[in-house]
Design a binder for this molecule. Structure first.
Ligand SMILES: *[C@@H]1O[C@H](CO)[C@@H](O)[C@H](O)[C@H]1NC(C)=O
Ligand SMILES: *[C@@H]1O[C@H](CO)[C@@H](O)[C@H](O)[C@H]1NC(C)=O
Length: 306
């Protein structure tokens, strides 16, 4: 299917249907909040009645300079348990230098197939250092809430593995798990993609125009393959801009695979016209410095970071 929508009129979170509003106003702020040391500030600004349960930040050798981090939270107004993972600035540096080293080693995943050992360790370090316990506590307390899982960049890959783990280990059935990732790298092989798809959770992998990380590692390098369902914004993701939903194939030439000859780090760091990490650090309010740097030469105003 090849669908384009205008976003504004769509309601939030209809089961099984991608909505721009939900991605833009709920999931992206959560993925951004994971970059902050105080993710609760984002929740205050972006949610009606939500609170942080716990943020877990642990040193992990995989991300070199950065820590592995994620948080759990509850949004009562959405009846949702939130699980969000932080991306890594040094990861972006690393992939430009050593994709091969980072992705050549894979591990067998309990959910099926194989995933990058590097990405799995990132997830597992946070998961086994308290996040799993927190998710168990929350799902027992708020047993009729859904679980929302999200993350940007390498945090998106960790979220993808987390959502599959939550379903596969029976913490929550797939029909109550919603995964939205932003600029997720290829996380595992084709068998992982197939089993991820077959779990049946609501799973959307957002890609922004020429986001470089969505093409890392290259397709079929060591068997790496994306899972469903890509939602591609072939624009700067301002309010009201359209998108293409590719939900018939894991790797679909109607989405970002059609346009990866010039890749952009800027498109990776920016989603919904905001720099994701800075937006989160600023408590999910729009500060001037979050505006995307204007690149046009000539008559355009040039916005620069302050
Ligand atoms: C891509 O889009 C075309 C035109 O809408 C459609 O016929 C085709 O089935 C799509 N491809 C996939 C894999 O969905
Ligand atoms: C938030 O939700 C909780 C749980 O439903 C409720 O007890 C509390 O009163 C709510 N707070 C506000 C400010 O609505």
């Amino acid at each position: 299917m090849f669908l384009t929508f205008m976003a504004l009129t769509l309601p939030l979170a209809i089961f099984g249907v991608y909505t721009d509003n939900f991605a833009r106003n709920k999931m992206m702020p959560l993925a951004a909040a994971a970059y902050s040391e105080l993710p609760g500030v984002c929740l205050e600004h972006a949610f009606v009645n939500a609170s942080i349960f716990r943020q877990i930040t642990v040193s992990c050798d995989v991300f070199e300079k950065d820590h592995c981090s994620g948080f759990t939270a509850v949004s009562h107004s959405d009846r949702a348990i939130i699980v969000a993972f932080r991306g890594s600035e040094s990861f972006i540096q690393l992939i430009t230098e050593s994709t091969q080293t980072m992705f050549s080693s894979k591990v067998t995943f309990i959910g099926g197939g194989q995933v990058s050992e590097f990405l799995f360790k990132g997830f597992n370090t946070v998961w086994t250092n308290g996040m799993k316990d927190d998710v168990m506590t929350l799902k027992n307390t708020y047993y009729n809430y859904d679980i929302w899982v999200t993350g940007h960049s390498v945090g998106g890959a960790m979220a993808s593995i987390a959502a599959a783990t939550i379903v596969k280990t029976g913490i929550k059935p797939a029909s109550n798990v919603i995964l939205y990732t932003f600029g997720q790298p290829r996380t595992g092989d084709k068998a992982f993609a197939t089993s991820h798809d077959s779990m049946g959770m609501q799973s959307y992998r957002l890609t922004h125009h020429r986001d470089m990380v969505a093409h890392v590692p290259p397709m079929n390098f060591e068997g790496y393959y994306h899972h469903e369902a890509e939602v591609w914004y072939d624009n700067d993701m301002k309010v009201g801009q359209g998108y293409i939903e590719c939900d018939n194939a894991d790797e679909d030439n109607n989405c970002s695979d059609s346009d990866f000859f010039t890749l952009s780090i800027d498109d990776h760091t920016h989603y919904f016209n905001r720099k994701v990490s800075t937006f989160g650090d600023d408590g999910c309010i729009d500060a001037f410095k979050n505006l995307k740097t204007h690149k046009q030469i000539g008559n355009e105003i040039s916005y620069k970071s302050m």
